[in-house]
Design a protein around this ligand. Structure first.
Ligand code: T3D
Length: 263
C-alpha cells in the first residue's frame, strides 16, 4: 500500500512529504499512522540535523479529511477528542520535541489542521501562492492542532482573533508580514530554499541548536528571571563543549568551523 507520509533520509537531512496529492494531502487516520511510523524513524535516526515537511502536489495540507467525519442521520458522531488524542496532539508534540530544526515548506493550501501542522515547525517557508486558513469555526469546531496556542503567540491576540474567528485566508506574503511564518519565496524556489536551510543546519553545532530550540520554547511560559537562569545554565554547559572550542578556534584562525554531530 502507498504510504501517505513519505520519509526520505539523505545524509543528515530528513524529509517527510504528506502524500495524498489528489485530496490536497488532507489528514486521514491512515496518514496519521504513516506519520507516526515516519516519526519513529526520524526520532531514532542517528545525528539528524534537520527535518523538512512538505506536501506532495499542489497543496501542503487541507486539514482533516472531512469525508472521514461525514455520517448518516442515525450514525453516531466521531469522537474528535479521541482522534485528537491519538493523532493530532501527539503529532504536534513530537514535531515540537525534535532536538533539531524542523522546516515546513508550505507549497500551497495549508488549511485547518494543515495550517496547525505548519505552525508546529521552527521555520515556516511558503511559496508566494501559499494560502493559510484557520476556518475551523466555519464547520462548527474551534482551532486545534495547537493553533490556539501558536496563533496568539506568533501574531498577537488581535490578529489571532481575526484569523481564528473569521477563518479568513491569508497569502504567503500576508503571513510573513504579520509574523505568522518565517519567509516567503517564489513558488519555484520553495523546495530549493527549504533544502538550503536544511543543509545549512548540517554545518551547525547540534547541541547549540537543540539548546536554542528548548530555550525559545521555555520562554513562552518562563518569566525573565527564569529565562535568564535557563540561559546561564545552558550556556555554561555549551561553553565547555568541543563545538564551542571549535567555533572560537575557527573564528580566530579565520577558517570555517567543523562541528561534531553530538547533541
Ligand atoms: O475531525 C477532526 O479531527 C477535527 C479537526 C478538524 C480540523 C480541520 O482540519 S477541518 C478541515 C479544514 N479544511 C478545510 O476546511 C479545507 C477544505 N477544502 C477546501 O475548502 C478546498 O478543497 C480548498 C479551498 C482547500 C481547495 O479548493 P480547490 O478548488 O483548489 O480544490 P478542491 O477541488 O476543493 O479539492 C481537491 C480535492 O481534494 C477534492 O476532491 P475530489 O472532489 O477531487 O475527489 C476535495 O474534495 C479534496 N479535499 C480538499 N480538502 C479536503 C478534501 N477532502 C476531504 N477533506 C478535506 N479537508
Amino acid at each position: 500500500m502507498t504510504t501517505l507520509a513519505t520519509l526520505d533520509i539523505d545524509g543528515r537531512i530528513a524529509r517527510i512529504a504528506l502524500n495524498r496529492p489528489d485530496k490536497l494531502n488532507a489528514f486521514t487516520a491512515q496518514m496519521h499512522a504513516d506519520l507516526r511510523f515516519a516519526l519513529d524513524t526520524v526520532e531514532t535516526a542517528p545525528a539528524l540535523a534537520s527535518l523538512v515537511i512538505i506536501g506532495a502536489g499542489r497543496a501542503f495540507c487541507a486539514g482533516q479529511d472531512l469525508t472521514e467525519r461525514a455520517r448518516g442521520p442515525d450514525e453516531p458522531a466521531v469522537d474528535i477528542g479521541e482522534t485528537l488524542g491519538r493523532d493530532m496532539n501527539p503529532l504536534i508534540e513530537r514535531i515540537r520535541a525534535l532536538p533539531f530544526p524542523v522546516i515546513a515548506a508550505v507549497n500551497g493550501v495549508a488549511a485547518g489542521a494543515g495550517a496547525s501542522l505548519a505552525l508546529a515547525a521552527d521555520i515556516v517557508v511558503a511559496g508566494r501562492s501559499a494560502k493559510f486558513s484557520f476556518g475551523f469555526c466555519k464547520i462548527g469546531l474551534m482551532p486545534d492542532g495547537g493553533a490556539t496556542y501558536s496563533l496568539p503567540r506568533l501574531i498577537g491576540p488581535a490578529r489571532a482573533g481575526l484569523l481564528a474567528l473569521t477563518g479568513e485566508t491569508v497569502s504567503g506574503e500576508e503571513a510573513v508580514a504579520m509574523g505568522l511564518i518565517s519567509r516567503v519565496v517564489d513558488d519555484d524556489a520553495l523546495t530549493d530554499e527549504a533544502a538550503r536551510l536544511a543543509a545549512y543546519f548540517t554545518t551547525q553545532p547540534p547541541a547549540a541548536l537543540a539548546a536554542t530550540k528548548r530555550a525559545l520554547a521555555a520562554s513562552l511560559s518562563n518569566d525573565l528571571a527564569a529565562q535568564l537562569e535557563l540561559e546561564r545554565l545552558t550556556q555554561q554547559r555549551l561553553g565547555f563543549s568541543a563545538d564551542y572550542a571549535e567555533g572560537v578556534s575557527a573564528f580566530v584562525s579565520r577558517r570555517a568551523p567543523v562541528f561534531g554531530t553530538k547533541r
